[in-house]
Write a protein that binds this ligand. Structure first.
Ligand code: 5AD
Ligand code: SF4
Length: 395
């Protein structure tokens, strides 16, 4: 392992697709610095762990991963911890894991080359600033992607402050990237061979910017503009918040040919008092109404969701209401989690935290229902002819 003059690097991303995007950008930046990506099984001189802080399990994973990086000779490569754990835990990481050389937050990773210089000379390098100048202004232009399905971050951060969630603290306030930057980046991805682009944002449907003619545009406008990009086959977006699901965006699902019939729209809980305690600012009824309207324009749409069971104060009755909403919503797939108290969030100190056994039981019942719905969705695809995108080589 060459710590003084690293040549080979590996970026490992955990958690959400936004991290995959950031991982791709770090890869491009390190490649620009003359380094090359280590192949599978090959030893790397620099390892970037691009971490996730959303639940406790995800956050703890980074420490076990760091332990595993030590080579046979007892030496470690240069280790950089990036992503949301870096932002949330900062200096604490070097204390708990002295072998970490670089700690860099999700809004500062464009400074990775400078941090690397410092680390090469044996010093610890930390940068968890949220600088005024956006990383997007300084990152190198997009290169050919390893996958035909590319990610494009259009919006970052969150102002919603759901009471269980760390994102507003780790990713900062909501920002929308400018129209022309996004059109240019999308074209660069398509020129590099990408067939599908997934527009990303913690609240992607809150994206808004002026277009090149000075008109205010929402995500539907951006999608319509991307629909006209030659060579692009498919458009997706994730993750959306029910409150920003405008009628214009719903309508786009009815008449934009390249927009895939898929919507990830988390509801989190089917109980209005719990939604209120979560500070979700929508109701189960307003959520179900969105699904009805979107199915009107696109009956075959695959609906996906996120759920949290065992939020503080959740009663059996509240949980039954979640099952009732799932039955009505009819998901093609969904992600469901046990509530995990996160340091610094309001829900972590709420009374009536739910016992782990109750959470386990609720999660099992919810997942059984969601699995049934997913199988039913898949069964309906049997016999249908459709175009598919091959994303990678199978085993
Ligand atoms: N505990 C459990 N699940 C959480 N999520 C966010 N924060 C927490 C938490 N503290 C889930 C939500 C969100 C998804 C990305 O992760 O369902 O939509
Ligand atoms: Fe977290 Fe809520 Fe923002 Fe989603 S909308 S990132 S769950 S605070």
């Amino acid at each position: 392992m060459n710590r003084e003059n690293p040549k080979k690097f590996r970026v490992k991303s955990f958690g959400c697709q936004m991290n995959v995007y950031d991982g791709d950008r770090m890869t491009e930046m390190l490649t620009d610095q003359g380094m090359t990506s280590a192949d599978d099984g090959e030893e790397a001189d620099l390892v970037v762990l691009n971490t996730c802080h959303i639940r406790e399990k995800a956050a703890e994973k980074v420490y076990s991963d760091i332990g595993r990086l030590r080579g046979k000779d007892g030496k470690s490569p240069l280790i950089a911890v990036a992503g949301c754990v870096a932002q949330a835990e900062g200096k604490e990481i070097s204390r708990r894991a002295p072998s970490v050389d670089i700690v860099v937050g999700p809004q500062a990773y464009h400074r990775l080359p400078e941090l690397l210089e410092k680390a090469k000379s044996g010093k610890k390098a930390l940068d968890t600033d949220m600088p005024i100048q956006s990383k997007f202004d300084v990152l190198p232009t997009r290169k050919k992607q390893a996958r035909p399905n590319a990610f494009l971050t259009v919006q970052e951060g969150c102002d919603k402050f759901c009471t269980y969630c760390v994102v507003p603290y780790t990713r900062g306030a909501e920002i929308s990237r400018p129209w022309s930057d996004l059109i240019d980046e999308a074209k660069a991805l398509v020129d590099g061979g990408s067939k599908e682009i997934t527009l990303l944002g913690q609240n992607v449907n809150a994206w808004s910017s002026e277009d090149d003619k000075g008109r205010r545009q929402g995500l539907d406008g951006l999608i319509r503009a991307l629909d006209k990009v030659d060579g692009l086959g498919r458009i997706r977006y994730t993750t959306s918040h029910p409150n920003d699901m405008t009628q214009e965006l719903i309508d786009a699902h009815g008449d934009v040919p390249k927009l895939m019939p898929y919507l990830h729209l988390p509801v989190q809980s089917g109980s209005d008092p719990i939604l209120k305690a979560m500070n979700r600012s929508h109701t189960t009824e307003s959520y179900l109404d969105i699904l009805r309207r979107i199915r009107e324009v696109r009956p075959d749409i695959a609906i996906s969701g996120d759920f949290i069971v065992g939020f503080p104060g959740e009663t059996d009755e509240d949980f039954e209401k979640t099952l009732a909403v799932v039955s009505e919503a009819n998901y093609a797939q969904a992600y469901s989690f046990k509530y995990s108290p996160r340091p610094g969030t309001p829900a972590a100190t709420m009374e009536s935290q739910i016992a782990p056994e109750i959470m386990n039981e609720r999660l099992q019942r919810l997942q059984a229902l969601l699995n049934e719905q997913q199988h039913e969705f898949n069964r309906q695809a049997v016999g249908r002819t459709t175009t598919i995108l091959l994303e990678r080589n199978g085993k």
